[in-house]
Write a protein that binds this ligand. Structure first.
Ligand SMILES: Cc1cc2nc3c(=O)[nH]c(=O)nc-3n(C[C@H](O)[C@H](O)[C@H](O)COP(=O)(O)OP(=O)(O)OC[C@H]3O[C@@H](n4cnc5c(N)ncnc54)[C@H](O)[C@@H]3O)c2cc1C
Length: 470
């Protein structure tokens, strides 16, 4: 444990040091921006006691990218000396030994946590980056000077700091209201005595043994298990429930989905030879030629998806999957949909994430509201969030879970994908790269306008215990 006092004013605060926040920091180091940000004052704040893992390492599922994609985030020559000790990391060795296989996310989380800890040790010691772990950002006030005031809390201690720019990636959550709203769009309702609703996030964080403990005594003809969604999360939930509960006699799961189920393929030829129908104008990325590059199921979820589409069973189990399209108004389908929503049973919400944001307001006390976009938050090409009228909020950036970025036409995507893009590789490259440039420009403009005295003030009498980086 180290005693540390914080400045009252930072050029930049990185709020949330999960995979997205750490992607920004790694990339800023690689591009050389981190040293100058640190000189002007850089604070990293995270509610957890460790950095880098975020929620990703909690999910008991296979990644939707191969191991090499994650290793690529650590590969830059500038990072080599910092990451030399990773040779001793079991997770690193596992991914390195099977770079073309899709690893378990628990392993990816372990690797990212280890690398991030090494990185933070280095940049706090050598560059003077400040870090406050076990600390929550509770409130944000956007000042009239294009900066922000943050209310921070660590246990019973709270204090405030000012900053010129804020990179805010606090993860996502799955609102029950969002599920209600999606069902209501199709005239479906969940009565109070209807199914018990779980978030896919919560269930994917459970091991098979924990799933058995939670649902073991509910498996039987009277309990319907319904998953709402059609993405990687939804198929991972089908997979985990089927694998855990098959031996207890679970016979069927129901999947309620809105859009067609999309599978990823490296090329149109590969898709066609697998019997998958491709709409070349909508499903193919013009840059890479890949099919459903952004929205398609990959790896284990791909296998489960293709087996469910082909024969109606979760791969490797005896569990059937009934698929119901939400917008199919045929009487038989409607009756089944209404039954799933009405009958007591289990319903799993796997229809995306909404961002976790602390209370935000303007200096005049009015709420600062950010505009949503399908699958996340609306932002400009540089990840700068927009207010409700569509104007970018200078200095406020977000691109992680619950926010995402619109597909970049230079990097490509398929036309049928109209949601937001997020993933570890993007956090470390394209997404954070755009933010770094815009943030530096924002700080330069601000410095040109602001009196010099506001920077570099020490927060008197505020010693703070920084938990040791584990
Ligand atoms: C089920 C699932 C599977 C996924 N699989 C993949 C995959 O295979 N490959 C891939 O590239 N991507 C994947 N993703 C997408 C993405 O990489 C992960 O969601 C990743 O965890 C997002 O990182 P994040 O930093 O945005 O959020 P999180 O991982 O949620 O991290 C948020 C951080 O913010 C901190 N925090 C929260 N609130 C506060 C606060 N008030 N103050 C301070 N700190 C706070 C938390 O402690 C945490 O460290 C997956 C996502 C999901 C949901």
């Amino acid at each position: 444990m180290t005693d540390q006092s914080f400045r009252s004013n930072y050029a930049c605060v990185v709020g949330g040091a999960g995979p997205a926040g750490m992607g920004f920091l790694f990339n800023a180091y690689k591009t050389g921006a981190l040293a100058s940000l640190a000189r002007s004052g850089l604070l990293v704040v995270d509610a957890a006691l460790a950095v880098g893992r975020g929620r990703l390492g909690d999910y008991h599922i296979t990644a939707n990218s191969v191991g090499d994609v994650f290793l690529d985030c650590l590969r830059d020559p500038a990072l080599l000396p910092i990451f030399a000790p990773l040779e001793h990391s079991a997770a690193f060795r596992r991914l390195r030994d099977d770079p073309h296989g899709a690893p378990m996310l628990t392993q990816v989380g372990e690797l990212l946590a280890h690398a991030s800890t090494l990185f933070m040790r280095y940049v706090t010691g050598h560059l003077g980056v400040d870090v406050a772990l076990g600390t929550r950002i509770e409130k944000i006030v956007a000042g009239d000077d294009a900066g922000f005031q943050l209310a921070l809390r660590s246990g019973s201690r709270s204090w405030q700091i000012d900053c010129g720019a804020l990179v805010l990636n606090l993860g996502g959550r799955q609102n029950r209201e969002y599920l209600n709203w999606s069902l209501a769009e199709q005239d479906l309702q969940l009565p109070h005595d209807g199914p018990t609703v779980y978030s896919s996030d919560a269930l994917l964080s459970l091991s098979p043994a924990e799933l058995v403990e939670l649902f073991g005594d509910r498996v039987g003809p009277d309990t319907r298990f319904t998953v709402v969604g059609g993405s990687h999360s939804a198929f991972s939930v089908l997979d985990n429930l089927a694998c855990a509960l098959d031996c207890l006699g679970l016979e069927q799961l129901t999947l309620i989905h809105r859009a067609p189920i999309r599978l990823f393929f490296e090329s149109v030829e590969e898709a066609r030879s697998a019997g998958y129908e491709v709409d070349e104008s909508m499903d193919v990325c013009p840059v890479s030629g890949r099919v459903n590059r952004s929205g398609g199921l990959r790896y284990r979820a791909h296998q489960v998806g293709s087996d469910v589409l082909a024969n109606g069973y979760v791969s490797g189990t005896r569990v059937k999957v009934e698929m119901l399209r939400m917008d199919d108004r045929s009487p038989a389908n409607r009756a089944r949909l209404e039954q799933c929503c009405r009958d007591p049973g289990v319903m799993v919400q796997a229809i995306g994430y909404q961002p976790c944001l602390p209370a935000m307001r303007h200096a005049n006390g009015e709420p600062l509201q950010v505009r949503e976009s399908k699958g996340g938050l609306d932002s400009d090409a540089a990840g700068c969030l927009r207010d409700l009228s569509g104007r970018p909020i200078p200095g406020l950036y977000s691109f992680g879970l619950g926010s995402g970025l619109a597909a970049n036409p230079m990097l490509g995507s398929e036309r049928s994908f109209d949601s937001r893009i997020y993933g570890v590789w993007q956090f470390h490259h394209d997404a954070s790269g755009r933010v770094i440039e815009a943030l530096q420009e924002h700080l330069a403009n601000r410095a040109a306008q602001a009196p010099a005295s506001v920077m570099d003030t020490q927060l008197e009498g505020a010693p703070f215990v920084l938990p040791a980086l584990g």
